[in-house]
Design a protein around this ligand. Structure first.
Ligand code: GEK
Length: 247
């Protein structure tokens, strides 16, 4: 990862504006995501461990919405055989240019292909591991099923999809509690009330969370044999979905 600058984007009062993954965000992204997603470092490291188990020789590994390549680099680090191609995709030129710069001297450079494109428009094929690490939440609701169907269709039998998301809870009181606990986590990470509330408003129309039940139903409808949660902290979860012989 190639940025260590501190995220101060919402430190001062500013007019409301939807959140975008521009240069300003890309410059502080490593700090931002580590202080904004409880368990991010654990999830990244476990994605590497899961990829080592499921990445089959000659296959492709996709990191969809890769940002600065946190999950890509963890997978490249952990997968012990070197017979795979990792495709890291993001539609933010700010993210992909920084990832390219970070990869310039990386030992796995030749195995990692970076693509600046909309993940709804790329070809997905021969995949043993597909990662959507906090990306599906930014895809319009109407496009989510088609994307998961295309991912499923592009996977090898025995492959896995790792889907990490900010979630909401069906029980209103529990949902409120989880959001409050999450905001407390952000405060402990050094974010002020102003930063927390301005970021929340900026994400309001951009990041649409769903319940675990909604995710499971969509994964099953897309053809995945089985799926479940392997990580959860407050309103953040990571799920694993299998493409088995029956799908
Ligand atoms: C990590 N996975 O560090 N096509 C391609 N990329 C997209 C699209 C799209 N349609 N929509 C959003 N993105 C990363 C973190 S961040 C999560 C992922 C967060 C990209 C967007 O540009 C951004 O880089 C990423 O998805 C979401 O493991 O910031 O909460």
């Amino acid at each position: 990862m190639n940025s260590s600058r501190q995220d101060r984007i919402y430190a001062h009062a500013q007019p409301p504006q939807d959140f975008v993954f521009d240069d300003k965000v890309a410059d502080v992204f490593t700090d931002m995501i580590n202080r904004s997603v409880p368990g991010y470092a654990t999830i990244i490291s476990m994605i590497g461990t899961l990829a080592d188990r499921y990445c089959t020789p000659g296959s492709k590994v996709y990191d969809l919405g890769c940002s600065l390549g946190g999950a890509s680099l963890a997978m490249a680090h952990h997968v012990s055989h070197k017979d795979y191609t990792l495709v890291a995709v993001d539609n933010s030129p700010a993210m992909i240019s920084r990832l390219d710069a970070a990869l310039a001297t990386h030992q796995d450079r030749e195995r990692i292909q970076t693509v600046c494109a909309d993940i709804n428009e790329i070809d997905i094929y021969d995949a043993s591991v597909v990662v959507l690490n906090f990306t599906l939440q930014f895809i319009p609701l109407a496009l989510r099923s088609t994307l998961l169907q295309r991912i499923h269709a592009g996977m090898r039998t025995g492959g896995i999809l790792i889907l990490s998301e900010k979630i909401r809870f069906p029980d209103t009181a529990l949902n409120e509690l989880m959001i409050e606990m999450y905001h407390q986590f952000k405060q402990v990470q050094g974010y002020s009330q102003l930063e927390i509330s301005q970021k929340r408003s900026a994400l309001e129309n951009v990041l649409i969370p769903e319940t675990i039940a909604e995710h499971k139903a969509r994964l099953q409808a897309a053809g995945f044999d089985s799926c479940d949660t392997w990580f959860q902290c407050f309103n953040f979860t990571s799920m694993i979905a299998f493409r088995g012989a029956n799908s």
